[in-house]
Ligand binder design. Structure first.
Ligand SMILES: [Zn+2]
Length: 207
């Protein structure tokens, strides 16, 4: 991340300081801070090539705009108000300089597996809170199954007990989805999930 942004922010602070010069009578209302809820809304981040690469919060997106690192491609209906003006909130932003995104490899962790499987037990297809899910080795460890993206799935305790040290075929159950590594494709699926309410994201996510 470049340091240009901090200068930009400092510049804004300077401007604010100038407006509050001693002796100058203040006619403007004190700054109104935007509702935090708006600042946490998701914003789709595109690479310079319009390829979707990330989802961030409005707060972070506005910092990127302020730094001149990104430009707004689509606007949200909401506005945030500073002392002097209303600033429209972005819905989609695009980085001005191309950023090389390495083939996304996420750490193999319980959290990422639940994210990939969307908190859905891969045996009964029910959605559970994270605390009510465990990880199941499709091919049991006792029979040589590895702890890998392809062999670990989210599983509810009931299905986990039922399956025990057997394979899904032996128990006569089918996996909801074949487990796969967390790829850019998975990320994009999640972006669609997060952005399904925002029509403006669609044309960038191709659905
Ligand atoms: Zn289950």
């Amino acid at each position: 991340m470049s340091s240009g942004g901090s200068q930009g922010l400092a510049g804004r602070d300077k401007a604010t300081a100038a407006a509050y010069k001693p002796g100058k009578r203040l006619h403007t209302a004190p700054p109104v801070h935007p509702k935090p809820a708006i600042m946490q809304e998701p914003v789709l981040v595109l690479n310079a090539t319009f390829e979707p690469i990330n989802v961030t919060a409005v707060r972070r997106a506005m910092v990127l705009l302020l730094k001149g690192v990104a430009q707004a491609e689509e606007m949200n209906h909401a506005e945030v108000h500073s002392t002097s003006r209303a600033i429209r909130v972005p819905s989609v932003i695009r980085l001005l300089a191309y950023r090389h995104i390495p083939q996304q490899t996420r750490a193999l962790s319980r959290k990422n597996i639940l994210l990939r499987d969307r908190n859905t037990c891969q045996f009964c297809g029910c959605v559970f809170p994270a605390a009510e899910l465990t990880l199941d080795h499709v091919m049991p460890r006792s029979r040589g199954g590895h702890s890998s993206w392809e062999n670990l799935v989210a599983c509810c305790y009931q299905c986990n007990n039922r399956k025990g040290d057997r394979t899904p075929e032996e128990v006569g159950i089918k996996l909801v989805r074949r487990p796969r590594p967390f790829t850019l494709y998975t990320s994009r699926q999640l972006m669609r999930l997060i952005g399904h309410r925002d029509e403006k994201w669609r044309k960038y996510l191709f659905y």
